[in-house]
Design a protein around this ligand. Structure first.
Ligand code: FAD
Length: 347
């Protein structure tokens, strides 16, 4: 058995949130290591469908230190461009991410922590969870899910329109993913877009930058003004489909039958596939041994620090771990605060 390795600060996850943490840890002169389960850099950006466009221009989608370069011919970069940027970022700041290392459990051992990985144990004095939510897709418990005989997938499994050409497809979800996937499909398939409430678009002249400002103001307590983080950014493909009258939202159905959705009023729509664009949950399973979660599933937080265990910080999971912390532009600020706090405690 190999001896446990040690880093004063262990970062679990080497996507954008883990890299932003690494940037500030390096600057603070702290001893740290970043472990990442994936085989390649880029976090979830490696897995998004190719036509996905960022909802903000490159310069407003940058991690601390190094602005994202423009993508030739594209104001709103695509996912491969972001993955390439993150690849370059970790090299430039020599963050030394250790890949193909999955942390299965984090346990308390005296004053320190021990992370059990598939490549041996790591001990640390503080730990930053930056595992994202991509690997925990959420599908609501709609009656009849198991009865439907067509194909069901989640945003997580969507790779583009090619597999749906000529089909009848239901897209569920009124957020950015639902709108973008519906817009991606409408030139190739017959789409019925289903949303829980009527979709709300940000004004066309406003893009994802507004979401960051909004989250910041809301966290600072001034309400944030009009618009909300769930609002759809009218990126070009969404705008084109909407303006062509192809993005018509239907109310949520009551249940699924073998053939497709059925609504309260008795109407039905037979289809080949249902795509659930219904969000994700934070991927915090490795923290289970610490018992930080409350019955509702949330970890009570003070900024990025777990209230019940000051050694643990959560980064990048959403506004509850810092304003707009689940965005490229927003995560840097919360990473800086987390590292400042960790430094104060450790040094
Ligand atoms: P991830 O990118 O998911 O990285 C987490 C890393 O942790 C992964 O590499 C994973 O392998 C690793 N990991 C997980 N579990 C373990 C473990 N147990 N042990 C070790 N490693 C582990 N944001 C924007 O700013 N602009 C946008 O336009 C935008 N568009 C989006 C579109 C979609 C469809 C989605 C889903 C999100 C979008 N976001 C956008 C939000 C956000 O920027 C991304 O979700 C981003 O990938 C989150 O980064 P992260 O580092 O928190 O998580």
């Amino acid at each position: 058995m190999t001896a446990a390795r040690h880093a004063d600060v262990l970062v679990v996850g080497g996507g954008q949130a883990g890299l932003a943490a690494g940037f500030y840890l390096r600057r603070a002169g702290l001893d740290f290591a970043i472990l990442d389960a994936a085989t390649a850099p880029g976090g979830a950006w490696q897995e998004y469908w190719d036509t996905l466009r960022l909802f903000s221009p490159a310069t407003f989608s940058s991690l601390p230190g190094r602005p994202m370069p423009h993508q030739r011919g594209e104001e709103y970069p695509d996912a491969p461009h972001v993955a390439a940027y993150l690849t370059d970022y970790e090299k430039r700041y020599e963050l030394g991410v250790r890949r193909s290392v999955r942390v299965g459990a984090v346990e308390s051992e005296g004053e320190g922590l021990v992370a059990r990985t598939d490549d041996g144990d790591w001990t640390s004095r503080a730990l930053i969870m930056a595992t994202g939510s991509w690997n925990r897709p959420f599908i609501p418990a709609v009656p009849g899910l198991a009865e439907f005989t067509g194909r069901q997938l989640h945003t997580h499994g969507y790779r583009g329109a090619a597999k749906f050409v000529g089909q009848r497809v239901v897209v569920v979800g009124g957020g950015n993913s639902g709108a973008q996937i519906a817009a991606d499909l409408v030139p190739h398939a017959t789409v019925r877009w289903v949303t829980q409430r009527p979709p709300r678009y940000l004004p066309d002249e406003i893009d994802g930058r507004a979401l960051f400002d909004l989250a910041t103001r809301r966290v600072q307590g001034d309400g944030g003004g009009p618009g909300s983080l769930g609002d759809i950014v009218a990126v070009a493909p969404v705008r084109v489909a909407r303006d062509a009258g192809l993005l018509i939202a239907h109310p949520m159905f009551r249940h699924l039958t073998a053939e497709g959705p059925a609504w309260e009023d008795g109407s039905t729509w037979d289809c080949d596939a249902v795509i659930w664009c219904t969000g994700f949950r934070p991927d915090l399973a490795a923290l289970a041994p610490l018992g930080l979660r409350q019955p509702g599933g949330r970890v009570p937080m003070e900024g990025t620090r777990a209230v019940e265990d000051e050694r643990i910080h959560l980064l990048g999971y959403g506004d509850w771990t810092g304003p707009a912390s689940a965005t490229l532009i927003g995560v840097g600020r919360t990473a800086r605060t987390a590292v400042q706090e960790i430094k104060l405690r450790l040094v």
